[in-house]
Design a binder for this molecule. Structure first.
Ligand code: PMP
Length: 358
């Protein structure tokens, strides 16, 4: 690097940013991709063709406008938005997490979440110069109610995140403990239901009871990870405040049109989710038959403990199966790999490859 550029970076880029690593996406070319909780099913070919025609007709010369409103309306219907609540859109829920940190950036504010959990909660705090407090789950990945309540009382967090189900542990937490946390929280509580298409429970019916709770969802796990649409629901007055920090045209017209098309065919995606839930049960059984500890899952992923995670991860990779080695993310995850549920064929390949690495 030329010396002047090096100086410029040292002087003008934040110290903590200079020390950070960019979010790493594993190279998945030619691999069975089971590392990122994507829906492995594509749109059926006739629908893909029809979508192509719809996208070809979109005017690209104008900023996103009415179609974004159409998408908000369609999502409100899809999600059964409760009375008195509003819905805002993000470029994936990752953007909503970043916007929440921006909106709550009062000096010394804290973001709190159980650990191990989704990395963006901590990252949003770091990028916004806020404090992040992680509270360990119990060894069986349940919320530690006492520790959570103590940490809330001590740190008075601006935001508490509860991923329901959690990533990477894939489980739902005890509802009574969640209720205690919600009642104790002095700031916002965000229930992140990214994995709702695969989950046996939702917080939606309880949303309207608490004015400080926001419910976040995404179309990524539904089957549109490439389209980048996240949404957040909550009391209209609160959503209106967070919406002020959203960049005006954060959702592209092409993304909005693709999402609208998908929502017109939600039965296709529901059938895909049903297939993945069946496959999840098959994988669970097969992993247990191999003598491995696999935790219950309400998502499209399974956390499994293997004798040597590095060997299994590399062995899978050599057999063209890409999963996520989470064993070093947190002490509670020692020995663990996170497997995304794929198609029946992909899962069969995964199981055979995994067996050969044990
Ligand atoms: N929340 C949770 C719990 C997640 O696991 C993920 C993605 N893995 C997201 C949010 C982000 O989803 P997206 O930005 O694709 O909407």
């Amino acid at each position: 690097m030329i010396a002047s550029l090096e100086k410029l970076i040292a002087a003008r880029i934040r110290q903590d940013v200079q020390g950070m690593h960019a979010y790493a996406v594993q190279d998945s070319r030619g691999m069975v991709k089971l590392d990122a909780m994507e829906n492995p099913h594509r749109l059926p070919a006739p629908l893909q063709k029809e979508l192509g025609e719809r996208l070809a007709a979109v005017a690209l010369n104008r900023y996103p406008g009415e179609r974004i409103e159409d998408l908000r309306t369609a999502l409100a219907r899809h999600a059964q938005l409760p009375d008195g609540c509003a819905l805002m859109l993000g470029n994936g829920s990752d953007e909503l997490i970043a916007l929440l940190a921006l909106a709550c950036d009062v000096p010394g504010a804290t973001i709190l979440a159980p650990q191990p959990g989704f990395v963006m909660y901590a990252m949003s705090a770091q990028l916004q110069g806020l404090r992040f407090v992680g509270v360990d789950l119990t060894p069986d990945f349940e919320l530690d109610g006492k520790a959570m309540l103590e940490a809330i009382a001590l740190h008075q967090p601006a935001i508490v995140y509860l991923a329901y189900p959690n990533n990477p542990t894939a489980n739902l937490w005890d509802d009574a403990t969640i209720e205690k946390i919600v009642r104790a929280a002095p700031g916002l509580v965000v229930i992140d239901e990214a994995y709702q298409p695969f989950s046996s429970r939702s917080y939606l019916d309880r949303l309207a009871q608490h004015e400080h709770v926001l419910l976040m969802r995404t179309l990524s796990k539904f089957g549109l990870a490439g389209v980048r649409i996240g949404y957040m629901m909550g009391r209209a007055e609160l959503i209106a405040q967070v919406d002020k920090v959203r960049p005006p045209y954060n959702v592209s017209v092409l993304n909005a049109e693709a999402a609208l098309f998908a929502l017109e065919h939600e039965d296709v995606f529901a059938a895909q989710a049903a297939d993945l839930k069946r496959e999840r049960e098959r994988l669970q059984e097969a992993l247990k038959d191999m003598g491995l500890k696999a935790w219950p899952s309400d998502a499209n992923m399974i956390l499994v403990r293997v004798p040597d995670p590095a060997r299994s991860f590399e062995g899978l990779k050599a057999r063209k199966v890409l999963v996520k080695n989470v064993s070093r993310m947190h002490p509670l995850l020692a020995g663990c790999l996170r497997l995304t549920v794929g198609t029946a064929e992909e899962n069969t390949q995964l199981l055979a490859a995994l067996r050969s690495t044990l």
